[in-house]
Design a protein. Structure first.
Length: 377
């Protein structure tokens, strides 16, 4: 049984001596998703204006591509059916997020920083496997590049197991290997709360840097999302392997007032990721992909970010991030509010004159290159 008391405090209200409820351990809070991500949003009508020849080309390149999304939180049984209908080969699913969980189409806080997190990670992996089975068994956990190729050939839906934040390690390096053996092949290092990987000023702790080195040794993709500039500098100088930023935007396109870091990437950060051989995976959330043509952002705005990266460092460093999660009221880009809209990215890139080879790289080929470098066995 996990210790349930993380801390206790005494009220400072005069005349009272009432103890506050202790923060529950992370494994005592819900893990099982109660709805698919598609249940929280109704897509708006959206059309990419193409000629018949362009539409046929977009359909063909999408069908032959290995389509990979680098970040979502969707593992209800219906999510795997949505993945199949959308023609997505592989999704990286962040089974836990440091600091929050979703239930009833809303997010809820997790106060515990350490207690119960290893167990929460283990529970999430077991629930994922059960939900895959409940979806009809066509989804498979991906452990190697060969698994991805096989999933494409056999019409299966691949899943890469990941966490958003390192709390499931519970401050112990050996837990990384334990999760690797359970199928972990990707992990985001930081989220917007404290963890044993971070210092109080949002840099990497010694433990956090050791985690990066151990991820390199084992063969786990390091996701550098949500790093501030000093932490990014620490991490990029520590890793030996190519990295991903699984959900982000380009500062020069979004116009965000951001001083470095990996939410809205400046040119120096983009160049550093390209020099590392890494991949920038574009967010599908309007807070990142900001509208420039109307009041709502769209696939067209998303492609502006791809254009910028392509011009600055080349097409080899662009991919699809997405970040779908089961929360009502979250505005995703028009044309790709759900998995079924992914083909609209291919349509927009065709409209802009991208070659088939370039589109295949954006849809999944660039991430495949990173996996081939990082996954050692």
């Amino acid at each position: 049984m996990v210790l349930l008391i993380l801390f206790s405090a005494v009220s400072v209200v005069p005349g009272l001596n009432v103890q506050q409820e202790p923060a529950p351990a992370a494994d005592r809070l819900p893990v099982q998703p109660d709805m698919p991500c598609s249940a929280v949003v109704t897509p708006e009508p959206y059309t990419v204006p193409l000629s018949d020849a362009q539409e046929n080309r977009a359909q063909a390149v999408y069908k032959k591509s290995i389509v990979i999304t680098a970040h979502d939180h969707c593992f209800h049984p219906d999510d795997f059916r949505d993945q199949e209908r959308a023609g997505i080969t592989v999704r990286t699913i962040k089974l836990t997020t440091d600091g929050i969980y979703w239930q009833d189409a809303a997010r809820h806080k997790i106060e515990s920083e350490v207690d119960g997190w290893m167990e929460r990670g283990q529970m999430a992996i077991e629930i994922l496997r059960k939900n895959i089975a409940a979806a009809g068994g066509k989804a498979v956990v991906v452990r190697s590049v060969d698994d991805i190729r096989r999933a494409k050939q056999q019409g299966q839906q691949g899943v890469i197991i990941s966490f958003e934040g390192g709390r499931p390690l519970q401050g112990k390096l050996e837990n990384l290997k334990n999760f690797y053996e359970k199928g972990l092949r990707d992990m985001q290092l930081f989220w917007a709360v404290s963890s044993p990987l971070k210092t109080r000023d949002n840099r990497f702790s010694d433990f956090g840097l050791q985690v990066i080195q151990e991820m390199n040794r084992l063969g786990i993709v390091a996701d550098f999302s949500h790093l501030r500039a000093p932490a990014f500098d620490q991490a990029i100088s520590t890793t030996r392997d190519p990295i991903v930023v699984s959900h982000c935007a380009v500062k020069a396109v979004s116009g965000a007032d951001a001083s470095g870091g990996t939410d809205h990437l400046n040119d120096d950060t983009i160049r550093a990721i390209a020099k590392n051989g890494g991949v920038i995976c574009l967010h599908f959330y309007q807070g990142y992909i900001r509208p420039h043509r109307s009041t709502r952002s769209s696939v067209e705005d998303l492609a502006d970010h791809a254009d910028y990266i392509r011009q600055l460092v080349g097409i080899d460093h662009v991919a699809l991030g997405v970040d779908f999660f089961p929360e009502k009221g979250a505005p995703w880009i028009r044309g790709a509010e759900q998995m079924g809209g992914m083909i609209n990215v291919a349509r927009e890139l065709v409209r802009r004159g991208y070659t088939d080879a370039e589109i295949e790289k954006v849809l999944g080929g660039n991430l495949m290159r990173v996996y081939e470098r990082v996954w050692k066995r």
